[in-house]
Design a protein around this ligand. Structure first.
Ligand code: FAD
Length: 279
């Protein structure tokens, strides 16, 4: 079945750090645009990247005729800085923001003018009305710093009540966790769409590292299989492709409103997933 143009997909990138990387990334984006994403998003401040790098890629994506979403994290920022950066995005014609708290620098505590992503969402709505479509982060396996799964569900609901339009999840490999999260927020009266974030499995040690940092669980059966493949990259990719294809099928078949792909700035794995899913 060809679902192109009917099942919404989006792609996530991170800012490139060199001119050579930027030039290569143009090819990656062009290959992915052929799948008609609803939007492409660019991370902000993650992995030591700069705000200028984010805005530069966002500008390029807009100029290429695709809707760009700028991730935007507020921790440690003043309201003046947030206002002027958001104005810059508005002046660039950007209509979409992924609004985040961001990761706390160690020893930071909860200082600053913005404590939670919900503060940023409320600020955006107060200052910019409905100009921006606002996505916020969702954690089907619970954010690592949450006091409990229940408080994390409430934190998500608070972001929606503050004016967010939709959620995008942290990646996961357990579809039940996602559907339970959706049921949990519905029980709190939230019916906003929550789009699963999909991480292709390309490299076993990188995935383990990310997952330890983000609290995204790699189920034991996947972890053991990946460990058993050792350095056999071909087998890791083939296995990973099967696992993630099945996950996406399950999510789509059981009602997920779209899929957001963490491309890791590469096109091949995401394109293969799209092929397998008929997207
Ligand atoms: P929040 O929603 O503010 O939640 C943070 C923690 O506080 C949670 O544990 C929550 O349960 C708790 N909490 C919230 N409100 C309250 C309250 N009122 N009282 C008590 N506790 C509360 N990071 C980047 O640096 N750059 C990016 O571009 C980026 N993009 C991301 C995209 C997606 C789709 C996702 C899922 C994550 C992304 N991150 C990014 C990571 C994110 O910044 C971190 O996970 C960060 O630690 C939390 O950000 P948040 O917006 O989810 O925070």
């Amino acid at each position: 079945m060809n679902m192109a143009n009917t099942f919404p997909i989006s792609f996530e990138f991170f800012p490139t750090k060199t001119a050579e990387g930027a030039a290569k990334h143009v090819q990656v984006r062009q290959a992915l645009y052929a799948r008609k994403p609803e939007f492409c998003s660019v991370t902000y401040g993650a992995g030591g990247s700069t705000q200028a790098g984010t805005f530069s890629m966002v500008r390029d994506i807009q100029a290429e005729g695709v809707q760009a979403a700028s991730h935007f994290s507020c921790i440690g920022a003043t309201s003046d800085k947030v206002r002027s950066e958001l104005q810059e995005l508005k002046d660039m014609g950007v209509r979409r923001i992924v609004a985040l708290r961001g990761d706390l620098p160690s020893g930071y505590g909860l200082g600053g003018e913005f404590h939670y992503a919900s503060d940023l969402v409320a600020f955006i709505r107060k200052e910019f009305g409905d100009w921006f479509h606002i996505e916020v982060a969702a954690y089907p396996e619970t954010h690592p710093q949450a006091k409990s799964p229940e408080t994390d569900l409430k934190a998500f609901a608070t972001k929606i009540q503050a004016g967010a339009s939709a959620g995008i999840t942290q990646y996961f490999y357990n579809a039940d966790a996602y559907f339970r999260f959706c049921e949990g927020i519905q029980a709190l009266g939230v019916s906003t769409p929550v789009v699963p974030g999909i991480m292709p499995i390309l490299n076993s040690s990188q995935l383990m590292r990310f997952s330890d940092a983000t609290g995204a669980e790699i189920p034991r059966w996947i972890r053991l299989r990946l460990q058993a493949y050792g350095d056999d990259v071909t087998s890791i990719r083939a296995f990973g492709m099967d696992v993630v294809t099945r996950l996406c099928e399950q999510l789509r078949d059981q009602g997920a409103p779209g899929l957001h792909f963490y491309t890791m700035n590469q096109s091949a794995a995401t394109l293969e997933l799209c092929d397998r899913l008929g997207l």
